[in-house]
Every structure is written in structure tokens, then in C-alpha cells.
Design a protein around this ligand. Structure first.
Ligand SMILES: N[C@@H](CCC(=O)N[C@@H](CS)C(=O)NCC(=O)O)C(=O)O
Length: 245
């Protein structure tokens, strides 16, 4: 039966899940919502507050990490290495990106674009029409809530920039030996997670939902994005997108 993936369409954790389901060949319908509006869908499904959440064959699978494990179980070896040591290494790398890189790229991007009404097409893609209409009235309160809860301010964006640089340095060090993939000699959850969670600052064209275009950013932010894109880890993530998305 077709699965249902509850998302905030532009969310990079949701991108992780979409990508994994597509690689594993699990057919799904995306049930996209605006931030905060998504609570009704996740609560109703009995998932956590956060998205993505997958509903399939009567099972509720919250969080991108179990969703990836679930996807791999349908087609073993496509996302998780079959060798136990390599599998653990890939899962540890995924966990580190989930905890550090994901929040940092999200906050950095939000800081650049959250007040930009001209970028509403990014927010409004793939959500119910009533939520788009409701956003007109709730926008100031919703933006204030996101800024407060995710610490979206200049100091937070600068801390996030440092964290992104650190994650890129770590990946750069791993790639220094000439490897083509982060773990072993084939694509795994580690590569997918790095590419998806770095996507908000690399803007790959293959991303599974609209992202702002490079020319929508300030000159300073554009320069940052171009620096990240040119770096070996940025090039690596863009290649992973081009070859595997
Ligand atoms: N560990 C979770 C993190 C997901 C996450 O942070 N999702 C955000 C959207 S990017 C969310 O649902 N935030 C709503 C909230 O925290 O209330 C995963 O990997 O799925």
C-alpha cells in the first residue's frame, strides 16, 4: 500500500526521508504542511511533534533515522552497509550530522530568508490551500515563534556558520584520502545525510522541494554559499546529489 510521509516540504530532514524512500522504491504520498500547522497531522497519526513521519502498512515511523532504517529493510544494503562495522560507522556519521549539521544549516538559512515575503513560494509549495490562506493572518506570530524557538538571530546564524565550517572540515578530512564515499566504497546513509542536511547552504538543483535561488540572497550570504559550494565537501555533496538523487 502507498505510504504517507508527513512533511514540511522544504525541511532537509524531510528531504532525507524522501530520498531514502525513493532509493528503496517505497511508493509514498507526501502530506506537506507549514511549520506549526504540521502538529495536527503528526499528533493525529500518533507520531512525534517533528517531521518527517512515515505511515505505512499500519505502522507509524517517526524521525528520519528510523525511516531510513525502515527503507533499507525493504531493500537491504541500499542505504545501510551490510558489514556490521561499516554499518555502525555510517550510523554514527548520520547521527553526528543529524545533531550538529542539520540544526546549523537550518538556522543559517532561516536567518537569511525568514522575513522575505517574496520567497513565500518556498514555504507554500505542497501544502493545503487553507494553510496558505491562514498564513496571511498567522505569519507574524509564526515567524516570531520560529525565531524564538530556533534562536534565529545574527548571533545564532554566526554560531551556525562556525558549526557548518566545522562539519565541512571534518568531511574534508575524511575525503582527504581520495575516497568517493564517506564509508566503504559505495553510497550509504552517511553520504545521503551529509548531502541532504548541507543542502540548505548548497542549494542543489535536485533537491526534492523548491529552495530559494542563489540570486535571492544578500551579496554576503551568496559569497558564503559559493565558498561552501566550491569547497571539496561542497563539491562532494553536489556530486552525491547529481549521481544519486
Ligand atoms: N531528529 C529529527 C529531527 C527533525 C526535525 O527537526 N524536524 C523539524 C523540521 S526541520 C520539525 O519538525 N520541527 C518542528 C518542531 O520541532 O516542533 C529527524 O531526523 O527526523
Amino acid at each position: 500500500m502507498t505510504a504517507r510521509l508527513i512533511t514540511i516540504p522544504f525541511s532537509h530532514y524531510c528531504e532525507k526521508a524522501r530520498w531514502a524512500l525513493e532509493i528503496a522504491g517505497i511508493a509514498y504520498d507526501e502530506d506537506g504542511h507549514l511549520p506549526v500547522f504540521h502538529y495536527a497531522a503528526t499528533m493525529r497519526a500518533g507520531a512525534k511533534r517533528t517531521v518527517p513521519a512515515l505511515i505505512h502498512d499500519g505502522k507509524v515511523i517517526p524521525d528520519s533515522t528510523p525511516i531510513i532504517a525502515y527503507a533499507d529493510a525493504q531493500r537491504p544494503g541500499t542505504l545501510l552497509p551490510s558489514d556490521p562495522a561499516k554499518r555502525q560507522e555510517a550510523l554514527d556519521i548520520e547521527d553526528a550530522f543529524d545533531r550538529h549539521l542539520g540544526p546549523a544549516t537550518r538556522r543559517w538559512l532561516y536567518f537569511q530568508v525568514i522575513d522575505r515575503k517574496d520567497l513565500d513560494h518556498v514555504l507554500l509549495h505542497g501544502i493545503p490551500r487553507w494553510e496558505a490562506l491562514a498564513l496571511r493572518a498567522t505569519r507574524p506570530a509564526a515567524i516570531a515563534y520560529i525565531k524564538r524557538s530556533l534562536k534565529v538571530d545574527a548571533a545564532g546564524a554566526e554560531r551556525s556558520r562556525t558549526k557548518i565550517d566545522e562539519a565541512f572540515q571534518n568531511v574534508g578530512a575524511m575525503l582527504g584520502d581520495g575516497r568517493r564515499y564517506l564509508v566503504g566504497d559505495q553510497f550509504s546513509v552517511a553520504d545521503l545525510t551529509f548531502a541532504a542536511l548541507a543542502a540548505p547552504v548548497l542549494l542543489p538543483v535536485q533537491y526534492g522541494a523548491p529552495l530559494p535561488q542563489l540570486d535571492a540572497f544578500s551579496a554576503q550570504a551568496r559569497e558564503r554559499i559559493e565558498t561552501w559550494r566550491r569547497s571539496p565537501p561542497g563539491q562532494f555533496a553536489l556530486r552525491i546529489y547529481a549521481d544519486h538523487r
